[in-house]
Design a protein around this ligand. Structure first.
Ligand SMILES: C[S@@+](CC[C@H](N)C(=O)[O-])C[C@H]1O[C@@H](n2cnc3c(N)ncnc32)[C@H](O)[C@@H]1O
Length: 400
């Protein structure tokens, strides 16, 4: 019986008429796996967005399929779709040896970032069976020769197949010997701030320009703070004093150390900068990407602030208590998959409104062309512009 792909939902991820919970690449990967006749216990699936591949294989009678999904939303969607279809017998893993040990077939939805593909290819070559075959698929319009080259660094044989239904499979086999140390995470220093990044983390170990504009607007840019960061920050004129306390620009001052949330933390640049500048603070950094969470945890250790920054893998801070936070720092995403869609940012504005106490402050940076100010005012509260560069706008919204 054919698998009921159309019953799959993306929820809790953004849902819209033009966004589906499966695509033609999923179908190609499932067909290929079934035609190869590999035991379910020897199959690993990586990048299964909402569980279509894992659930179709499980539905076809394959038991013991292992799956890795980067996003907390994807993990929740898979669990929900499995419950809805009454399917069990697969297991979820991080990108580590338990996912790949003994795997002879790895099915991969090609990630957008080349660094993420390199990290995955190394992991498969490092931990899977020596005769493993990696079948990677993607939409033809998003595929590049650089992806084949990235696979070629970990596999001696890489063969691109003919496109079908606007998707294409690339088959990699004969894993090459791996270096003693995995190529990721990578580390970079930026004026007193160290960033650590796994392949799938936003901006890698670089400090994003938008992030830098927000740090600068908040007086948290360490290149401007000099050696005694906290003292310098407190003396920086014309900047909101978020390093000293929160609620300073409209809300009541909290009596204890402020609770600060870095919502969609990526590698943790905002959380680490805040914690470095304000030793009394309690910071929660949260992201829906497992690669981001692993990166942010390593960033906190590298900056010596891991005892004061808790990093969580969650969707839009759903596990953070409501109406408690004093400050939320946000550099929201504006691309959803390959389609430009502002739903992802709206979701984080709504989350900030839920997390902040009345009078608490949301500091947001965004591409000026997106004009989020009216939406921030509607969803959070009075919003003023703090800074505007040719490309970015920084706003402060006070939770009503
Ligand atoms: C533009 S990046 C900013 C990363 C980091 N704050 C910085 O400034 O470098 C946006 C981040 O939001 C995360 N994100 C997107 N949607 C999310 C959601 N629903 N819940 C949590 N994180 C989310 C992405 O994974 C990404 O790491």
């Amino acid at each position: 019986m054919d698998f009921p792909y159309s019953r799959l939902r993306r929820w809790p991820d953004v849902e819209a008429d033009n966004l589906q919970a499966y695509d033609a690449t999923d179908l190609l990967l499932v067909d290929r796996a079934l035609s190869l006749g590999v035991d379910g216990r020897e199959i690993a699936v990586i990048g299964d967005e909402y569980g279509a591949i894992t659930l179709a294989l499980t539905d076809a009678g394959l038991d013991g399929v292992r799956v890795h999904q980067d996003l907390a939303t994807g993990r929740r969607a898979l669990a929900r779709n499995a419950a809805e279809l009454d399917l069990a017998g697969f297991s979820s893993h991080e990108l580590e040896s338990s996912l790949l040990a003994g795997a002879r077939l790895v099915l991969l939805q090609l990630p957008k970032a080349l660094a993420e593909l390199e990290e995955v290819a190394d992991a498969v070559a490092r931990w899977a069976a020596p005769d493993v075959v990696l079948v990677a698929g993607g939409r033809v319009k998003h595929m590049t020769i650089a992806q084949n080259e990235a696979l070629g660094r970990s596999f001696a044989e890489v063969r691109a197949e003919r496109a079908e239904r606007k998707s294409r499979l690339v088959v990699a086999s004969a894993p090459r010997p791996v270096p003693a140390e995995p190529p990721f995470p990578v580390t970079a220093r930026h004026d007193g701030l160290t960033l650590v990044a796994h392949g799938g983390a936003f901006a890698g170990a670089k400090l994003d320009i938008g992030t830098r504009v927000l740090l600068d607007a908040l007086g948290l840019d360490r290149s401007r703070l000099g050696a005694n960061a906290t003292e310098s920050a407190e003396n920086t004129p014309n900047r909101p004093d978020v390093t000293r306390s929160s609620g300073v620009m409209g809300g009541e001052r909290p009596s204890s150390a402020p609770t600060v949330v870095d919502l969609g933390c990526g590698t943790g640049a905002l959380a680490a900068s805040y914690a470095l500048a304000h030793p009394e603070s309690r910071v929660i950094a949260t992201d829906r990407s497992a690669a981001a969470v692993a990166s942010a945890r390593a960033t906190m250790v590298a900056n010596g602030v891991d005892d004061r920054v808790v990093v969580t893998h969650d969707d839009a801070g759903s596990e953070i208590d409501g109406a408690r936070a004093d400050v939320v720092l946000l550099n929201p995403p504006f691309h959803l998959g390959s389609s430009v869609h502002t739903g992802a940012a709206t979701r984080l504005f709504e989350a900030a409104a839920r997390i902040l106490r009345p009078g608490g402050e949301l500091f947001t940076v965004y591409n000026s062309s997106l004009g989020y100010r009216a939406e921030l005012t509607r969803l959070v509260g009075a919003t003023e512009q703090l800074e505007r560069t040719p490309k970015f706008t920084v706003t402060r919204s006070v939770r009503r």
